[in-house]
Design a protein around this ligand. Structure first.
Ligand code: FE
Length: 179
């Protein structure tokens, strides 16, 4: 009889606990974060990231990733810049060639991934920019100054670990799922 009562009591305790969790989730407000050059709002494992006008984009993204301690995820976005330094990888020489472009340009797409290398955060960004003649420029994003808005979505694998290793034969960093 006593063990039956204890069982019912535990069941009620569990039901109460689950009820509290449900109530808590229902009233949970999205979290808001900010850095010097950005603000962000979190919904589940997704952040909406706004990079401020005149801010340098790649360092703002790096600061956001560092502040939120993101070790695995992906980023996409749109916006506008007035100067951008892009990088092209030449697989024959294994060298990068950098070039700076100036003038008002739309970020028609930014896409990239977030991982780690030797436990340091590694952000790999590609960008496509459209100029006033509707021509597109594309490459790795090294640096760009926001001129207008910078709106990004960052999906995070919460607690995830994605380590990359440098491959000397190719000259690039690759996902290393053995780590
Ligand atoms: Fe790349």
């Amino acid at each position: 009889m006593c063990s039956k009562l204890l069982f019912i009591f535990n069941l009620l305790l569990l039901a109460g606990f689950l009820y509290m969790l449900a109530i808590q989730n229902f009233f949970r407000k999205p979290e808001v974060f900010s850095g010097q050059a950005w603000t962000a709002k979190k919904f589940g494992n997704t952040y909406y990231l706004s990079v401020k006008n005149h801010a340098e984009l790649s360092s703002a993204i790096a600061d956001f990733v560092k502040t939120l301690d993101i070790t695995a995820g992906e980023i996409t976005g749109i916006g506008a810049v007035n100067t951008a330094t892009l990088r092209f990888f030449n697989p024959e020489t294994k060298q990068y060639v950098d070039k700076t472009f100036t003038g008002q340009m739309e970020i028609s797409n930014l896409t990239g991934n977030i991982s780690t290398q030797n436990s340091e955060k590694l952000i790999h960004l590609h960008i496509t920019l459209g100029d006033k003649n509707y021509n597109a420029l594309a490459g790795h994003l090294l640096a760009a100054n926001i001129s207008g808005a910078g709106e990004f979505v960052v999906n995070v694998v919460s607690g995830g670990k994605l380590e990359k290793t440098f491959d000397e034969n190719v000259g690039l960093n690759f996902y290393d799922f053995s780590k």
